[in-house]
Design a protein around this ligand. Structure first.
Ligand code: GPV
Length: 831
């Protein structure tokens, strides 16, 4: 048999074994059964989407036994569990990934063929759960894949948003946002657990009282309440029986309520309160990086965090384990500060509800939590205005004051007579309006704090958490991000997967260090030939997709230069555009110029309220329209903006790239993970020394990486000594001409207003030093052009990129978290 462990069924399983068969014939039967019993459609009239649902349910059935068995194994063995708390999980389509991880793609393909369908058409029917904005949410998803694959006991805890990240459409070059009704046709992957729910309170006030034994205690008398109900999704590991759980909480109104406010208030007001409470999990905030600052966002954070912590306490109870052992049973990781209210909430649960004394509760809290920081951008650091915080979570504010009082005493003892330091480190910011600083709460409440790339961790320790690093250096470490090679190579680049399997054996998927063996093939003609053909095929595939989506035709033989990521000024999509316009001008002025043809491809969403980012999208599309329609240039350059960049179309994009654009202002991109996905798929990087680019360059070697631009230290020193972008304009005729062309409306039918704010911002302010790096970027792109013309050498460098990408597997990252922070060991789940 080809399935893993498909042959044996334990006696304790009572479900019928017809749901376990992994052969094509069993899958065919299962799809027909689900079409009949679950979807309720005759095969003859069933749509591809009906087949998708039937197949998805058939595959879920095949994970169910492993899933239940996994949970049971952790429970029986009393194993410590990693609880990954994240406001976002950007999972991507489940079906294809589950087929890869269960090793039954071919069987599923054959089964569908028998039924007259092509697996790829069926896979395309899945509407991905877009429960995240970008890198942070996708990282959480990669980590779940690795935890399951490494057989580590783990649960992902998050929010079941009814509306995920908006769908982006491009109209007249502008982004428009369409609501993401991802649940409209149901979700075959989740199982609702209506009996697993917890109550969540808000508002009201606190009362101090003496308990029976004379202890001072606090009661929180909330005035609103909502229920959090669990929805579970299986996370199947690759090639193992482990199938972990992603548990997402959904808000529901409580059936009955007997709060005072409801008794004395009028009925309609009470019903309205119920409606309001159910909006808690309605929608994902679409702001990536800048903190949103909205009350509902804080409510979402508290909602999912208290449900998750109550769930852990409940599990302890089920295991008859004392609450004192909490930190031995759970490692609770905070994915950025979004879940950091958990520090105060665990204290409340232990001190107020379980009557722990403060010091014992605090020891458990600190031993349980770890905090991962994902940004240094000041505007992205979460702080909450005191009045809002006090209104929503009055008891938590008191607890935070008490944590702060004790913490600042410790600071004063360690650093006497340094009140400036005390003010800097306080959990309450007092500059301007008073605010709760969530990064400080997360740091003080955690035994381990980490950044997401070597440079980022260094800068973290030297800047925003400098004082904390001086106090507790032993709590800090680096955990460079990683991505899963299952989804981002095996699933999305089947051609390359086959070549790797054939060349290295299949073990590279779990031991990506084996990719290094490709070094030995990098110079071989025949191997290069195969490699090139696979890349070309992937470029053909993307080219068709782009044509279908945008009408733009791109020759797959051209250099594919790709920048896909959220649109943000610090990521500098506009620097890329300045290069494109520079080349456009050169071609217009000198038609004989020799320039290898290039396709400039973009994708990414802008936060709906982010003025500059939306204008950058408009500019990309405006430049695209002009260039693509101009016969003087369009035989040598084209520009395309792929609408609605998401995990699903990312599967087509990364494998088709020749050149990966990683051009953020040094010091601003914490890590980046797209950079790793491109490298894994054999793209060369043009990039700054920022985030994980530094480590990518170290791994692949300086000769195989196009480096340009100021370093983080240089950026800081330029800013310190007074950056004057206008000097760069004055000193560079070509740059000046490019900016004038854009500003004067050359790409906007003479409209000199639309791009004025962008050009003005660059020439007068340029907070991300686009102009300071412009000349270096252009020069570096010229090196790219010469390198591209030497096909064998480019192919060699492409091979070396994949060969040396092993470090950036999320398996490596998760192994480090398990060993250094969580103290979690793998456990084999038996078949
Ligand atoms: I904070 N990141 C994100 O996607 N959203 C956020 O709200 C925050 C950070 C990203 C960083 O920008 C990337 O550099 C990083 O690779 C990613 O988080 C995962 O660590």
């Amino acid at each position: 048999t080809s399935g893993i462990g498909a042959d044996k069924v334990a006696l304790s399983v009572t479900a019928s074994d017809v749901r376990l068969g992994m052969q094509a014939s069993a899958l065919t039967q299962a799809v027909l059964d689900h079409l009949h019993y679950s979807v309720g459609r005759l095969p003859s009239v069933a749509s591809p989407h009906d087949y998708y649902r039937a197949l998805a349910l058939a595959i879920r059935d095949r994970m169910e036994y492993r899933w239940i068995n996994t949970t049971q194994t952790y429970f029986d063995l009393n194993r410590k569990v990693a609880c990954y708390l994240s406001a976002e999980f950007l999972m991507g389509p489940h079906l294809g990934n589950n087929l890869v991880n269960l090793h039954i793609e071919q069987e599923a393909r054959n089964a569908l063929a028998t039924l007259g369908h092509d697996l790829d058409d069926i896979l395309a029917c899945e509407k991905e759960p877009g429960l995240g904005n970008g890198g942070l949410g996708r990282l959480a998803a990669c980590y779940l894949d690795s935890l399951a694959t490494l057989q580590c006991p783990a649960v992902g805890y998050g929010i079941r948003y009814e509306f995920g990240i908006f769908e982006q459409e491009i109209r007249d070059g502008w982004q428009t946002e369409i609501t993401d009704k991802w649940l409209r046709r149901g979700n075959p992957w989740e199982i609702a657990k209506p009996d697993t729910f917890y109550y969540v309170n808000w508002g009201g006030h606190t009362e101090h009282y003496q308990d029976e034994v004379g202890c001072q205690r606090v009661r929180w008398i909330p005035d609103r309440m909502v229920k959090g109900v669990a929805y579970d999704t299986p996370i199947q590991g690759y090639g193992v029986n482990t199938c972990n759980t992603l548990r997402l909480w959904s808000a529901e109104a409580v059936e009955s309520f007997d709060f005072q406010a409801f008794n004395v208030g009028d009925y309609y007001q009470a019903v309205n309160e119920k409606l309001v409470s159910e909006t808690v999990t309605k929608v994902l905030y679409p702001n990536d990086e800048p903190a949103s600052g909205k009350r509902l966002r804080l409510a979402q954070q508290y909602f999912f965090v208290t449900c998750s912590l109550q769930d852990m306490l409940h599990l302890l109870e089920l295991a008859h384990a004392p609450v004192e052992t909490f930190a031995e049973r759970f490692a609770v990781q905070l994915n950025d500060t979004h879940p950091s209210i958990g520090v105060a909430e665990l204290m409340r649960l232990l001190v107020d509800e379980r009557r722990f004394d403060w010091d014992a509760a605090w020891a458990i809290t600190v031993a349980s939590f770890g905090y991962t920081n994902h940004t240094l951008l000041p505007e992205a650091l979460e702080t909450w205005p005191l009045p809002m915080f006090a209104e929503l979570l009055p008891r938590h504010l008191e607890i935070i004051y008490e944590i702060n009082r004790r913490f600042l005493d410790e600071v004063r003892t360690r650093f006497p007579d340094d009140e400036a330091r005390v003010a800097r480190m306080s959990l309450i910011g007092e500059e301007g309006d008073k605010r709760v600083r969530m990064a400080h709460l997360a740091t003080v409440g955690s035994h381990a704090i980490n950044g997401v790339a070597a440079l980022h961790t260094e800068l973290l320790q030297a800047s925003i958490l400098k004082d904390f690093h001086e106090l507790w250096p032993e709590r800090f470490s680096n955990k460079t991000n990683g991505v899963t090679p299952r989804r981002f190579l095996a699933l999305s680049n089947p051609g390359l997967r086959e070549l790797l399997d054939h060349t290295l054996g299949q073990q590279w998927l779990t031991e990506p260090g084996l990719l290094r063996k490709l070094d030995a093939h990098a110079d071989k003609d025949a191997f290069q030939h195969d490699w090139y053909a696979i890349k070309l095929g992937n470029k053909q595939r993307l080219s068709s997709y782009i044509h279908a989506q945008t009408g733009i035709e791109i020759d797959p033989g051209w250099l594919f230069d790709i920048q896909v990521k959220r649109i943000h000024e610090y990521k500098r999509q506009h620097l890329n555009i300045l290069h494109i316009v520079t080349m456009y001008r050169r071609l217009k002025e000198n038609p004989a110029l020799v320039l290898p043809p290039r396709a400039f491809i973009f994708g990414g969403k802008a936060a709906p309220g982010y003025f500059m980012a939306k204008r950058i999208i408009k500019l990309i599309n405006a430049v695209a329209e002009t260039i693509n329609a101009d016969p003087d240039v369009n035989t040598r350059m084209k520009v395309a903006f792929i609408p609605n960049f998401n995990v699903q179309n990312a599967h087509l994009i990364y494998p088709a790239a020749d050149l990966s654009e990683q051009i953020s202002t040094a010091g601003k991109e914490a890590s980046g993970t797209g950079n790793m996905k491109f490298m894994l798929n054999g793209a060369l990087t043009i990039g700054t020394l920022d985030g994980a680019n530094v480590e990518i360059r170290e791994e692949v070697g300086a000769d195989n990486f196009f480096l340009f631009g100021l370093s983080a230290a240089e950026v800081e020193s330029v800013k310190r000594t007074g950056y004057r972008p206008h000097d760069y304009v004055a000193g560079n005729d070509e740059l000046r001409a490019v900016l004038e062309l854009i500003g004067a409306g050359h790409f906007s039918q003479g409209d000199a207003e639309v791009f004025r704010p962008l050009v003005d911002n660059l020439t007068h302010d340029d907070p991300f030093l686009v102009l300071a790096d412009y000349a270096a970027y252009i020069a570096c792109q010229e090196q790219v052009n010469s390198a591209w013309q030497d096909v064998p050498n480019w192919t060699r460098m492409s091979i070396l990129n994949t060969a040396r990408s092993g470090k950036f597997s999320s398996d490596r990252a998760i192994t480090e978290y398990c060993e250094d922070i969580w103290n979690i060991r793998p456990v084999t789940v038996k078949a």
